[in-house]
Design a protein around this ligand. Structure first.
Ligand SMILES: NC(=O)c1ccc[n+]([C@@H]2O[C@H](COP(=O)([O-])OP(=O)(O)OC[C@H]3O[C@@H](n4cnc5c(N)ncnc54)[C@H](OP(=O)(O)O)[C@@H]3O)[C@@H](O)[C@H]2O)c1
Length: 319
């Protein structure tokens, strides 16, 4: 047993649940941050029985809602005096969704849940993360961002607050990729800002991982079949949970910040490949690089400014 405290968002299923189990088995105190308390209480109980350990708390959190994030952070700080590890694992991706969805704060739902929510929550927990001797934040990214190797691919900035919701077709797959690319860019700048406080911020690139039956049930029918096929070729949530654990606890990553790390636990680099067919094909197969779009300073500033603008009323901006 140790005195380290870990928050795992979306810990009621898939990788988040496997990560919660892993951290508890290693003696950490785990806080499950989940939106549906009824469903999550059952999972909490299941984990207590499985691990024969009750050092697992459950607090309500809807990552798509600023009010819920604020309430969560307030409640957490009332109860706990420090935070060592914050894992932004919760993710919204409703395969097959055709209708543009808005969050309670009028932000496109995947962008709100996957990028702006983690940005706000990390900021609101910075003071308590500072109290840890080895604070680490991990953001769940995806291989989907590799679509940004396509030179014309851009984040759809002009349609993130419903501007064209009635006139443009909604592509959940693209919005999901855009939101995770934004999360990656926010990771880079957050890491810079929080370095002075000793808080390390990294992102992990997650490949296809087996989805639970419950997650697949949320998909529209054709997508459900695709997910069943994908599952055959995918690794287990436990393998990814091991990687979360390694990045958040090992000596190897103790001083690493502002990086994207792949599922082989390698630190990735911005692509060095030039244009041209052969270079572009090599780039696609090189698992050690990510698209240059991600660390283009103008792109990062655009995402950062947007995140600040959207959340300004809720926080004192990172300074
Ligand atoms: N599985 C893959 O192939 C894959 C690949 C690349 C990246 N990822 C990323 O890995 C992470 C975990 O995914 P998973 O595969 O383990 O999927 P999962 O089993 O569906 O887990 C997603 C979790 O996020 C939670 N969540 C969604 N929206 C939320 C919100 N607004 N507030 C709070 N929690 C919310 C879900 O809660 P509910 O149960 O209440 O819906 C669930 O606990 C996600 O960030 C995902 O984008 C997964």
């Amino acid at each position: 047993m140790n005195d380290k405290i870990v928050i795992v968002t979306g810990a009621n299923s898939g990788i988040g649940k496997a990560a919660a189990i892993r951290f508890i088995e290693e003696g950490y105190k785990v806080i499950m941050a989940c939106r549906n308390l009824d469903k999550s209480k059952k999972v909490q109980q299941e984990i207590i029985e499985l691990t024969e350990n009750d050092r697992i708390d459950l607090l309500q959190l809807d990552m798509s809602s600023f009010k819920s994030i604020e309430d969560f952070c307030f409640g957490f700080k009332e109860k706990y005096k420090k935070l060592d590890i914050l894992i932004h694992n919760a993710g919204y991706f409703n395969h097959g969704e055709k209708n543009y969805q808005l969050s309670p704060d009028n932000i496109e739902l995947s962008f709100a849940t996957n990028a702006i929510g983690p940005f706000l929550m990390t900021q609101l927990l910075t003071d308590i993360l500072k109290k840890s001797e080895d604070a680490r934040v991990l953001n769940a990214c995806t291989t989907n961002v590799r679509h940004f190797f396509e030179p014309k691919r851009k984040i759809d900035f002009e349609n993130l607050q419903g501007e064209f919701m009635d006139t443009r077709p909604y592509n959940i797959y693209k919005m999901y990729g855009d939101s995770k690319m934004a999360l990656l860019m926010l990771t880079f700048k957050m890491a810079d800002k929080l370095k002075k406080d000793g808080i390390k911020v990294n992102a992990v690139q997650i490949p296809a991982i087996k989805m639970s039956k419950e997650t697949m049930r949320k998909f529209k029918s054709a997508w459900r079949i695709a997910a069943v096929v994908q599952n055959v070729f995918s690794s287990s949530p436990e393998t990814m949970a091991d990687t979360y654990f390694h990045i958040c606890t090992s000596e190897e990553f103790k001083d690493i910040t502002g990086k994207l790390i792949n599922n082989k636990r390698e630190i990735m680099q911005s692509s060095h490949y030039a244009s041209g067919l052969i270079q572009e094909v090599k780039q696609l197969f090189d698992k050690g690089v990510y698209p240059k779009y991600a660390d283009n300073i103008d792109n990062i500033e655009m995402v950062w400014d947007l995140a600040v603008k959207l959340t300004k009323a809720k926080m004192k901006i990172y300074d």
